[in-house]
Design a protein around this ligand. Sequence first.
Ligand SMILES: *Cc1c(COP(=O)(O)O)cnc(C)c1O
Length: 348
Amino acid sequence: MAVPSRFDFASDNTAGICPEAWDACARANADYAPSYGNDAWTERAANLLRELFETDCEVFFVFNGTSANSLALASCCQSYHSVICHEHAHIMDDECGAPEFFSNGTKLLGAPGEHAKISPEGVALLASKRTDIHYPKPRVVSLTQSTELGTVYQLDELRQLRETTERFNLVTHMDGARFANAVASLGISPKAATWQAGIDVLCFGGTKLGMANCEAVIFFQRELARDFEYRCKQAGQLASKMRLLSAGWVGLLENGAWLKHAHHANRCARLLASRLESELGLKLAHPVEANAVFVNFPPPLAQGLRERGWLFYSFIGSGTARFMCSWRTSEAEIAALISDLAAIQKSA
Ligand SMILES: *Cc1c(COP(=O)(O)O)cnc(C)c1O
């Protein structure tokens, strides 16, 4: 008989909507309201983000991270420009060419780097490699914070990257699908983690944090946002019942739930990581600095875990398994995973 599937750690988007966002949606649902974002909920959500970042930034809401990144990059670039990012960045590997599509041909240039981080040297190399007219002109550096491998750029790393972007006159974009987890991890203010560190445009992820389907695109360099509302509409990203998306931000921001949930998910990842190491003798593949745990997994362990119904990503050939924690993760779920792993080890 097939065992029931468990999606607890498969990704941070397998969890549903957190109570604060759900409650705000219910409140936004109580009455008629203007459509297409001309409502009080959307205005309040944008203002709460301006308060959070302590600056008068331009704020837009879209359905998902692929469109947030793609439209933000398109807004910063001409078609002959290039974007420097990690060679395995989400925009490079997981967005089906949407950044290139929406920017009408802007090229992504991949830089290598340990633990999914790009280095100032890597950026400088790509930015200075060619200056002739035959090469797409470097225009943007895109950083993922926290990274695709669950690490976090520290402030001194951002500072060093900024020296390089300033030297080459590059715009800095941050893919913040897990930005809240990075802020919780760094223990600094959102402004210190963004515009004060040289970030010009941030895609702030709401979905993995605990909303239904919403990401905020935040331009700290306001002139980069020119006509951005038209890009959103043309790309099919202007929600007619916008308030039911933006209300989630109000719910998460008005009482600090965004940071509470991010801290919780990070704490769960640290707990899971330490139990994998201490009770099962496994080795982490990357430092656990946010809400992801990457662990070296012998193939029989991965197979045994799948037979017990657990879903998780493994990275073919690398022998690594990924476990994601979210606002919903509980210690009981962590205990259930550890206990299944221990049983598999014992029976081997
Ligand atoms: C999940 C994720 C996104 C957004 O992906 P969508 O599925 O388009 O919402 C963007 N960047 C990173 C690093 C992600 O993990």
